[in-house]
Design a binder for this molecule. Sequence first.
Ligand code: PGA
Length: 251
Amino acid sequence: MRKPFIAGNWKMYKTPAETKVFFKQLLPLIEKTDIEVGICPPFIDLETAINMAKESSIGIGAQDVYWEEEGAFTGEVSPSMLFSIGCRYCIVGHSERRQYFGETDETVNKKVKALLKHQITPIVCVGESLEQREQGVTEKVCATQIKQGLQGLTPQEAEKIVIAYEPIWAIGTGKTASAEDAQETIKYIRSVLAECFGESPAQKIRIQYGGSVKPGNIKELMAQPDIDGALVGGASLKAEDFAAIINYNKK
Ligand code: PGA
């Protein structure tokens, strides 16, 4: 059985002071839950978030990383630095990084390998643009991103990663893929993982859906057999909304 995993991606929002306020609001709202919960704030908020979450089961993650150990790489942060402060996760290959910051499947691959060396769980994002969806190449795009992004991993390593399927046209737009469409693509992604790493590891890898996830649509998404969680952007910024998403199966 795959443990459900819901993670928040704060993108470039919130100061450390706002991070404190968020956790003070969130923690009392979370009901006892057997799902895994993560929050990925900006680098500057990581230590505050880790401190605020330490009495809870919420894990904290980064939104990006550089693959080198240390060195003259102005502006970058290494996996060992993230590990040293207690980061558990790191988002890799988010479509915004691919679009605005030159992230490629090759750099995704280097980052995934570097994170695994330091026991940080990579959350690897894949997904098609609206144009690609209209051209009918969704599966091809996702397969390439998976095969190249995870190239060279052993099945044991692959089992440790999390995939987030995020159709770009659904991110921040209010347009969610229907639960059935998301299921269909995620099922296909699992078949690509089986092709790369074998059926048993593919059955263990958790695949999240991301793109306009809200309290109102989480239940339906989580009811799909291959959807193991969600990567939540906008709705993870408000404690009430994020708590309602985490508590999706309590109502
Ligand atoms: P959204 O973002 O929930 O605001 O659509 C999701 C993401 O980009 O991870």
